[in-house]
Design a protein around this ligand. Structure first.
Ligand SMILES: Cc1cc2nc3c(=O)[nH]c(=O)nc-3n(C[C@H](O)[C@H](O)[C@H](O)COP(=O)(O)OP(=O)(O)OC[C@H]3O[C@@H](n4cnc5c(N)ncnc54)[C@H](O)[C@@H]3O)c2cc1C
Length: 372
């Protein structure tokens, strides 16, 4: 069994598989990732602002389990050869779990790939942190007011969950950053740009309205129905809005999936996600399971694709481990039905807004709305 990708779902799958296959000495579980750690992606916005610890070493997670970890980049998947190719190695598999997650999509917007900061990796978050610290320091010794104001203008592209959470965390931090560097807080400007008619278009409208209000209270300028047309080293062009002077655009406006799956001949849907059946098996390849951001899993209640979110990734990781175990032991596979545990948006250090199920029954009456 080979699991590629040690994100939330890959780690869940591998731990569950190792547990289920205990006592089946003929099966070995392999895990491949390019990093030595599990990255807690949902907390990256905190790392970008506060440099908090957002990783857990993989060796600590798989200690004392029957799991072989391979630190390597997956360079090709050969479904017909039933082999995963790494840079200088290859791993044959009986079952494969594809859990390589997603990466930033720049949608071909001129200048973005060259100049924008992104919030998808640990190094991306650290770059943002160091860049903010540098700009605050430069602004504190900049005598020209107009120049100082330009240095302290920060644009966030994309008003989805990650852009919103970053904006709120950053707004809280701006108070400390300006105080520590003897800068006037009024000169600090955070602009959140969203192309749609409201922020967080994938979440309930009843959630985005209070969140937008809280952001404005934190002095974040929210621009909806506004597109980023291009970026240079010291400006971005908005439509409507024109040229905005800034050295900082944090782009959280979209994701895409690696091309490895398309190149391997798997059937691909929207965003490059792998088309899967009800058991999360890749179409035409019943021995390959896809989970997390990589899988175009359907919610059979709503008829819509399951969103890319950590809560679904975790559920899928557990299910595919159990379905693979059912395959090898002659058991019955279970179809995938997503469970929504809730929607919570973190808004800085001391505030989160959302709803969550309070009881196991998950009836509408067990839903709690509010500020946590
Ligand atoms: C800033 C931010 C905030 C978010 N907030 C929330 C939230 O509040 N709630 C929520 O539900 N979701 C949130 N999400 C989305 C959530 O993080 C993702 O849906 C989730 O991480 C997907 O899990 P995954 O395991 O599919 O992918 P990932 O977590 O991306 O894991 C993929 C793994 O594959 C590895 N990998 C990739 N390519 C290769 C390769 N070629 N070779 C070897 N290894 C490779 C990577 O190193 C990584 O370890 C957020 C995302 C971001 C970026």
């Amino acid at each position: 069994m080979v699991v590629i990708g040690a994100g939330y779902d890959g780690i869940t799958a591998v731990l569950r598989l190792a547990k289920l296959l205990r006592g089946h000495a003929d099966y070995q579980v392999h895990l491949v990732d390019r990093n030595l750690f599990l990255l807690l992606k949902t907390q990256l916005h905190e790392a970008a602002v506060l440099k908090t610890e957002v990783t857990i070493p993989i060796d600590r997670l798989i200690r004392n389990r029957n799991i072989s970890f391979h630190l390597a980049e997956v360079s090709r998947i050969g479904p017909d050869e039933r082999t995963v190719f790494l840079q200088s190695d290859s791993l044959p598999f009986e079952y494969l779990v594809a859990a390589l997650g997603s990466q930033t999509n720049f949608y071909g917007i001129p200048g973005l790939q060259e100049h924008a900061f992104t919030l998808e990796t640990l190094s991306g978050a650290r770059h943002i942190h160091d860049h903010i610290a540098r700009l605050c320091a430069r602004a504190s010794s900049e005598p020209d007011e107009a120049r100082r104001i330009d240095l302290l203008r920060f644009v966030i592209g994309g008003g989805g969950l990650s852009g919103v959470e970053f904006a709120a965390e950053f707004a809280d931090h701006s108070v400390h950053c300006t105080r520590n560097n003897h800068i006037n807080l009024e000169e600090f400007e955070i602009i959140l740009v969203e192309a749609g008619s409201r922020i967080m278009p994938n979440l309930a409208e009843s959630l985005s309205t209070p969140v937008e209000k809280k952001l404005r209270e934190k002095r974040v300028k929210v621009l909806t129905q506004t597109r980023i047309l291009d970026q240079t080293a010291d400006s971005v062009t908005l439509s409507p809005g024109g040229v905005v002077k800034t050295e900082t655009l944090v782009w959280t406006g979209g994701i895409r999936i690696t091309d490895l799956f398309r190149e391997s001949g798997m059937k691909i849907g929207k965003l490059g996600r792998i088309m899967v059946d009800e058991y999360l098996r890749a179409e035409s390849y019943p021995f390959i399971y896809a989970i997390g951001d990589d899988a175009l899993a359907m919610n059979h209640f709503t008829g819509n694709p399951v969103p890319t979110a950590a809560q679904f990734a975790l559920q899928q990781g557990r299910l595919v481990a159990e379905n693979i175990f059912a395959n090898v032991t002659g058991g019955k596979r279970r179809p995938y039905f997503p469970t929504v545990w809730g929607e919570v948006v973190s808004l800085g250090r001391h505030l989160a807004v959302g709803w969550r199920f309070l009881s196991q029954k998950r009836s509408p009456s067990s839903v709690s709305w509010g500020v946590f």
